[in-house]
Ligand binder design. Structure first.
Ligand code: ATP
Ligand code: MG
Length: 392
């Protein structure tokens, strides 16, 4: 056999994105779902004996075709990695430190803070400011005309919630490039809406989607793949495909939640078309990790850093951020609904859209738009069903 052969895992390979083949029976290569690895005759025999459609084997010709596609994509990606060493104050060593920390394009530097630059690159504050300003100039991040801003808004997508009433209240749906905070008591529908948009995001834009996938950071252990399947079928999607186009991860404490969030940018750079990030719930871990009055300042500072990462993801990659939040009763309220979201001003200010959910009559749910840019307070009613979020 003269020609080379290559193999990789297909999407049908369960649970893992990469495996190492046993050394004794094969050439011990690592097979992944993204790239092809060269395999020898023994390995092919081993693969054919032990796998069916979880493995794909191609010959040289097919491999070259694949590579060309891959290179094209990579070249596109490379053009995105800016020549940050052109920036004044950025020598080889600094550039290396910046890239290692993920600051490999002008935008990530331009939206960073001098403090971050000093920490990451070890430069003086003055140099940090110089680097950041230079990156902003490269991106021409100066004042924009209203027209330019309006044009930018055109790239915003609204992900349907499944309920036309709720969509209308939100100005069309859950918006990309923004943080939508949904808070309410237990059973008010926060996680059910999360399931619905995690499926709807996969729909084409003209059907209320964003042609993308959702990443769900789950602090409560409430992701229900079986419910996702029902919702996908109800939307006319292939449920297997829909599950494949979904990424969920359980977070165990606030540090872990923050780490997972920071890692989302790498998933994007690996080519995942992420258009929605769900954090359910945002404050659960912060509340338990920072219990007691004395720790509030630390909690808020950390929360602020976390929200900063989320806002950067939203603006830099035009992603919708959907966070759920718990409530508490305001002790000094004597009239009206004493319920208030936790998280304090740090969160209130970071959320672009704030929605309060409560139970309504006959098993319905009532959503109240509490805060939104240029939109009046309003309410809408919806219901949670086996097929998803529906109008009443
Ligand atoms: N598949 C379903 N079909 C019908 N009703 C459902 C379904 N799933 C959940 N519900 C109802 O919807 C309500 C909302 O549940 P959901 O899990 O969204 O609440 P939540 O706001 O996330 O609550 P928590 O704060 O406890 O996380 C539940 O009370 C439940 O009765
Ligand atoms: Mg929930």
């Amino acid at each position: 056999m003269s020609e080379n052969y290559y193999a990789r895992l297909t999407a049908k390979y369960p649970n893992q994105d990469a495996i190492s083949l046993p050394n004794d029976k094969t050439n011990g290569v690592k097979l992944s779902k993204t790239k092809f690895s060269m395999v020898d005759e023994n390995t092919i025999k081993y693969l054919r004996k032990n796998f069916t459609d979880e493995i794909e084997i191609i010959d040289e010709e097919e491999y070259n075709k694949f590579q060309n596609n891959f290179i094209e994509k990579k070249e596109i990606k490379i053009t995105k990695v800016d020549a940050i060493d052109e920036l004044p104050g950025v020598g080889v060593a600094t550039a290396e430190k910046l890239r290692a920390a993920g600051f490999d394009n002008f935008m990530s530097i331009a939206v960073s803070s001098p403090g971050e630059m000093v920490n990451v690159a070890g430069v003086t504050e003055a140099t940090a400011r110089k680097i950041i300003n230079a990156a902003r100039n490269k991106l021409d991040m100066g004042f924009e005309t209203g027209e330019e801003l309006l044009k930018k808004r055109e790239s915003v997508t609204k992900i349907s919630t499944g309920s036309q009433n709720l969509n209308a209240m939100l100005g069309g749906g859950v918006e990309t490039g923004a943080i939508t905070e949904v808070y309410g008591a237990y059973g008010s529908g926060k996680t059910s809406i999360a399931h619905q948009i995690a499926i709807n995001v996969q729909l084409p834009k003209e059907k209320g989607g964003a042609d993308g996938i959702a990443v769900w950071i789950d602090s409560e252990g409430t992701i229900r793949p079986e419910y996702l399947v029902k919702l996908a079928v109800a939307q006319g999607l292939d449920s297997k495909e829909a599950l494949k186009n979904f990424r969920g991860v359980r977070s165990f404490n606030s540090d872990h939640q923050m780490l997972l969030t920071e890692n989302i940018e790498n998933l994007i750079k690996d080519g995942l078309p992420i258009k929605l990030v769900i954090i359910d719930s945002l404050m659960g871990h912060f509340r338990s990790d920072f219990s007691g009055r004395g720790m509030l300042a630390d909690r808020q500072q950390k929360l602020n850093k976390h929200l900063h990462v989320l806002l950067k993801l939203a603006t830099q990659y035009n992603i919708a951020i959907y966070v759920t939040n718990q409530v508490m009763a305001k002790p000094d309220t004597f009239f009206g609904d004493p319920t208030e979201a936790i998280g304090g001003h740090v969160l209130h200010h970071a959320s672009t859209y704030r929605v309060y959910l409560r139970r309504g009559k006959k098993g319905t749910r009532v959503a109240k738009l509490v805060d939104a840019p240029a939109m009046p307070e309003s309410e809408s009613v919806f219901q949670v069903t086996e097929e998803g979020i529906k109008d009443v």
